[in-house]
Design a binder for this molecule. Structure first.
Ligand SMILES: C[S@@+](CC[C@H](N)C(=O)[O-])C[C@H]1O[C@@H](n2cnc3c(N)ncnc32)[C@H](O)[C@@H]1O
Length: 329
């Protein structure tokens, strides 16, 4: 996927305001900080770091939000989404994606603690063709100090929960769930740590009466929780601009953003029958799938003789729902 052209232009306008050398240094710093997952103090503190976030992280976090929102829309097309609350919104990344995926969105609220990042997001949004983005209500608030109930169809916390102390994160998940009229979407980096944050929140939400829409095809305990070598995560490919390539020092024309996520639903909408947890192995005459289903993780081989399933399996991708007739049961 490619981020919308007008968002790309807005990013370019903002980063052009920052000295090139400072931007390159800040990009390298952010990459290191996020890789180290060191959140003992705020990661983004200077104008150059804010611009670097737009340049090297926003396309990837946009891609993850877009992927997850698209899965919500695919699994629950009948649920109309007209409002969105983003907690730890940064420049408003999830709204940029949400407004594309849910065109009926009208009312939007973004909350973050960094006033300068809120201003930056407002400046970028001013040029959007989508009223939901232009007219968002942007509030400065420290989420560690609690959140009053504010009902929205979708509440999203994207790449933020893991930056909070564990007890504050738990409280925030409960409060966010109280505000979610239809769905609560949690997205974290696709690392073992990010998965741990998502998995803990999933358990808490199930205990609070939530239904799980995605990625899990069940609300049983996660079969990968507590594993020391495996974790549930997915990837979304996003095109890189030449500027992005230079700042990240990469050669490829795309990057694969890895993320873990969970979507909790207020109503019991049906989830997938199973979820594909790895790249399918597409071999001669058969496809091997690693599937998560109601009874855990299992591998399944689909052969050419299973005509319809085989056709589906040849097209299947890591992270897709598997609704083929042969599934983990
Ligand atoms: C990695 S950025 C993610 C931004 C955006 N959600 C995205 O997906 O691109 C983390 C954001 O969480 C915000 N944040 C961290 N701690 C916070 C807190 N205690 N209260 C409010 N916002 C917080 C930061 O200011 C930053 O904007």
């Amino acid at each position: 996927m490619r981020i919308p052209h007008e968002l790309q232009l807005a990013i370019e306008q903002e980063i052009a305001k920052v000295d090139r050398k400072l931007l390159t240094q800040a990009s390298a710093y952010l990459t290191r900080q996020y890789q180290a997952a060191d959140f003992t103090s705020p990661v983004i503190t200077s104008a150059a770091q804010r611009a670097a976030y737009l340049a090297v992280r926003l396309p990837a976090t946009y891609a993850a939000s877009w992927h997850v929102f698209s899965e919500v829309r695919r699994l629950a097309p009948e649920v109309e989404i007209s409002s969105l609350l983003d907690l730890g919104a940064g420049p408003g990344t999830a709204l940029f994606a949400g407004a594309e995926v849910f065109p009926a969105i009208r009312q939007t609220t973004l909350i973050g603690s960094d006033a300068a990042l809120i201003d930056l997001g407002r400046s970028m949004a001013a040029q959007s063709s989508l009223p939901a983005i232009r007219n968002a209500n942007r509030l400065r608030h420290d989420l560690r100090n609690g959140l009053s109930r504010s009902l929205h169809d979708v509440v999203v916390i994207s790449y933020t929960l893991g930056e909070l102390p564990q007890s504050a994160a738990e409280t925030l998940v409960r409060q966010a769930w109280n505000s979610a009229q239809e769905f609560l979407v949690l997205i974290e980096p696709g690392t073992m740590r990010g998965f741990g944050v998502v998995s803990a929140a999933r358990s808490l939400l199930i205990a609070s009466g939530a239904h799980i829409l995605a990625p899990c095809p069940h609300a049983a305990p996660c079969p990968l929780a507590g594993s020391d070598h495996d974790w549930c995560h997915f990837a979304q490919r996003v095109e890189r601009t030449s500027q992005h390539r230079k700042l990240k020092g990469g050669e490829l024309g795309y990057e694969d953003e890895k993320f873990s996520y969970v979507v909790a639903a207020r109503k019991n909408v049906s989830s997938a029958k199973a979820r594909i947890l790895r790249h399918p192995r597409k071999l001669s005459g058969h496809v091997q799938l690693t599937l998560c289903g109601p009874h855990g993780v299992a591998s399944q081989t689909i052969t050419r003789s299973q005509k319809n399933s085989y056709k589906l399996a040849r097209q299947a991708q890591w992270g897709d729902a598997w609704d083929g007739p042969e599934h983990v049961s």
